[in-house]
Ligand binder design. Structure first.
Ligand code: FES
Length: 103
């Protein structure tokens, strides 16, 4: 069963950057990089910080609070002080529309 949810337009995501959106009540971080569009949970697994307020570099998002880094493609925790991964979600674009599959 396909369960794609329509979100924002591709142009709404800044180039090589991240934006925080709400998808059916879930805070989601959407990233637009050279490889395409990626989506993860927006809330850090370590504390109450939004990754969309963080710093995106080399396919990793750095949390603004304690600088833990996650892979934006897998959600994997890449550095201290993180101990838990976040979830990464499938995305697709059709025309200028970005879709996400939550689960
Ligand atoms: Fe994100 Fe601590 S809240 S690293």
């Amino acid at each position: 069963q396909e369960n794609w949810i329509k979100t924002i337009q591709l142009d709404d995501i800044p180039e090589d950057d991240v934006i925080g959106i709400n998808v059916e009540g879930h805070p989601i971080a959407l990233y637009k990089v050279e490889d395409g569009v990626f989506a993860t949970d927006n809330v850090c697994s370590h504390g109450r910080a939004l990754l969309s307020d963080g710093f995106l570099e080399d396919g990793e998002i750095e949390c603004p609070l304690h600088q833990g880094r996650f892979c934006i493609k897998s959600g994997k925790a890449m550095s201290e002080p993180l101990t838990h991964d976040i979830t990464a979600y499938p995305t697709k674009t059709e025309g200028d529309q970005v879709f996400i599959k939550l689960g």
